[in-house]
Design a protein around this ligand. Sequence first.
Ligand SMILES: [Zn+2]
Length: 373
Amino acid sequence: MTRFQFTIEATDGKARTGRIAMRRGEIRTPAFMPVGTAASVKAMKPEAVRETGADIILGNTYHLMLRPGAERVARLGGLHQFMNWPRPILTDSGGYQVMSLSDLRKLTEDGVEFRSHIDGSKHMLSPERSMEIQRLLGSDIVMAFDECPRADRPRDEIARSMELSMRWARRSRDAFDAGEEHAAGAALFGIQQGALDPELRLQSAEALTAIGFDGYAIGGLAVGEGQEAMFATLDFAPGQLPADRPRYLMGVGKPDDLVGAVERGIDMFDCVLPTRSGRNGQAFTWNGALNLRNARHAEDLAPLDERCPCPACANYSRAYLHHLVKAGEILGAMIVTEHNLTFYQQLMQAMRDAIRDRCIAAFAGDFRRNYAG
Ligand SMILES: [Zn+2]
């Protein structure tokens, strides 16, 4: 049984392609993980998510601990069985969403006390509790518990927060390792912090590497700093992390963000954009994003994208989808979500092929020209 094995099969510049072997299946990298917030990739059955080409999905600790509760999911056989997704699942630590969604937070060295955004009930998240929840869910890739401050905070505040996250990373490692049976089959990723600052990012990378993780995430980006600042940080941050471990850019992003990040050496991504946009009538294509509410689609018999192999593009016109979206029909959200997730997976496959063919720079150039056009 392979617990976790990352193999880089080809590189082109800083870009890499390969695979992660785990006991529940293989993850081709660079990989995009659809977000299954509350044990559901919204508007999609799990078998349809797999058909889009996804090897792994993401589950949210914060949402699942509040509803239906991690202990309940464990009693029901774990998250994979509960939601009928037998392949790998990565769970986040809950830290980011406590900061962005809950009320009345109290942050201490121990952890974060907060009230549920659903019913106001009081909860505590700490490195130990986050590891326990992710273990109860049966997560394959567990994320260390961290604090994610806004990138525009003063440097000393970013530094203090990063240092706290590194102490929490140590506690996460210890608590994960204490769950012996689960730890024997799962992986633990550390999360680099330090906002846009090269020196703080380096300190964070060194602290994490000294502890030792299966993979390393770059946290604290895609929080409103803009693409230019994010790419400037990605010009140095991935190189500070161990080259032989997967690098995961959390919460990213738009199709052109993914292309620029892969060129800079990122191996894994997650983002709500393809699913959330699908419910809002926004479709991604090789020629850019299109808004199906726009009247110019009202009598357009073309598919969303001529090159897309998804069932939506084989069977439904832009005119029909325009109608469904305008009428608020659930089917519109389902079809556009399926298309968007397929488009994202097609984009990842095209980048994996381009890296193998040593032409990622040309691919990225073509992509940006067409996508902007
Ligand atoms: Zn399609």
